[in-house]
Ligand binder design. Structure first.
Ligand code: NAD
Length: 367
């Protein structure tokens, strides 16, 4: 899945770490190892100008440690922009734990990881991401307060995924409004790739509105379950990227918009939950723009989850979470319009607004 590996240029001899693209202005990267529990983790703290770096922990059986490093750096950078564009006083960070959660995740390993998070003294707050459950965050909470996404019964805001899905739904509706003149999804053919925590809820919301939802996943059991629950159609072909549809919603892993897939796409809108959907932000953003495909920037429309976990720090109630998440609709529409008016990619338009906010705060902090 991870396609943006290090190029020779990025691995210049004189700057093998700080010089590579994903490192892009990271403040701190922490490598954590504990042989007793089998923990191998990397915490990326990209930027803390707006506030503490908050971002989930992903546990994944990476092919190589380079893939893990590349993933955490790309993800933590994305968190900086996600929080900035959403108007949250948070910086960007992320963590990855290397290994198959089904095989090596134990409470001991999670606690050991939590202790590493604790050593950062609140500069980084963790939460759940792929391969993690709310109960894992509860375990981490036993050893550090610098964790969000814990159970409601333990004072947390609970599972962020339904809120993420709601935000994606808002971003999708705004993109439909921009592309089709109406935000109604009824009758729209929507491809949802990945029907996990977020994808399933997105299927529910769109199917309930009357969309024709096509689902794909590597987990056959889930496909059958979600299909029967919401009347979604299971994708039967062998290349989802060639399927004709109105909207493609990537909700599995990142980098599915890449050199191989981009020419095949027969959709008008891309709006999904996965982080880092563009394998290469610059080139693939431009290619989508040239093809006339409207891309709702992932870090903008999947911000519901961060809003939900930030609520634990900021003390938001359910209504505030909902209102802030609904605002993703307006922000998405503004950004799509800004990109069109200034003839830049939607990703670049969103990034520039986020960067402006960070820069303004940096100047304020210097006063
Ligand atoms: P999840 O692990 O619950 O679900 C991912 C689903 O994708 C699983 O059902 C898995 O079987 C499926 N999948 C994996 N590889 C696939 C492939 N090649 N083709 C089709 N399906 C595949 O994860 P989630 O929490 O639903 O998150 C989905 C995506 O959204 C991730 O990229 C995550 O980083 C991003 N995201 C999630 C949240 C959140 O609140 N959970 C917030 C922001 C972003």
């Amino acid at each position: 899945m991870i396609t943006e590996v290090f190029t020779a240029n990025q691995l210049k001899k004189e700057a093998p770490v700080f010089g590579q693209l994903s490192f892009n202005d990271h403040e701190q990267v922490v490598f954590c190892q504990d042989k007793d529990t089998g923990l191998k983790a990397i915490i990326g703290v990209h930027n803390t100008i707006l506030g503490p770096a908050l971002g989930g922990t992903r546990m994944y059986d990476y092919n190589t440690e380079w893939d893990a490093l590349n993933d955490v750096l790309r993800l933590s950078r994305g968190m900086t922009y996600k929080s900035a564009i959403t108007g949250l006083d948070l910086g960007g960070g992320k963590a990855v734990i290397i290994g198959d959660p089904k095989k090596i995740k134990t409470p001991e390993l999670m606690k050991r990881f939590g202790k590493f998070v604790h050593t950062l003294g609140g500069k980084y707050y963790t939460a759940e991401d792929v391969g993690m459950e709310t109960s894992d965050m509860d375990t981490v909470r036993e050893v550090t307060p610098y964790v969000t996404g814990i159970s409601e019964s333990k004072g947390g805001a609970g599972n962020p995924s339904p809120v993420t899905a709601y935000g994606v739904y808002m971003g999708m509706k705004a993109s439909a409004k921009f592309s089709y003149g109406s935000d109604e999804l009824k009758g729209k053919r929507i491809l949802v790739q990945g029907i996990g925590h977020v994808g399933e809820e997105l299927v529910r919301l769109t199917a309930e509105e009357g969309a024709e939802v096509i689902i794909s996943d590597i987990n056959q059991e889930r496909l059958e379950e979600v299909s029967s629950k919401y009347g979604a159609h299971i994708y039967k072909g062998d290349d989802i990227y060639s399927e004709t549809a109105d909207i493609y919603a990537p909700c599995a892993l990142g980098a599915t918009i890449n050199d191989d897939t981009i020419n095949k796409l027969k959709v008008k809108v891309i709006a999904g939950a996965a982080n880092n959907q563009l394998a290469n932000e610059s080139t693939h953003g431009v290619l989508l723009q040239e093809k006339g495909i409207v891309y709702a920037p992932d870090f903008l429309i999947n911000a519901g989850g961060i809003i939900n976990v930030f609520a634990e720090i900021a003390g938001y109630d359910r209504n505030e979470i909902k209102t802030k998440t609904e605002n993703i609709y307006n922000t998405t529409l503004d950004i799509l319009n800004k990109a069109k008016a200034t003839n830049i990619t939607t990703n670049a338009a969103a990034l520039s607004i986020a960067e402006e906010r960070i820069l303004a705060r940096k100047k304020e902090n210097l006063k």
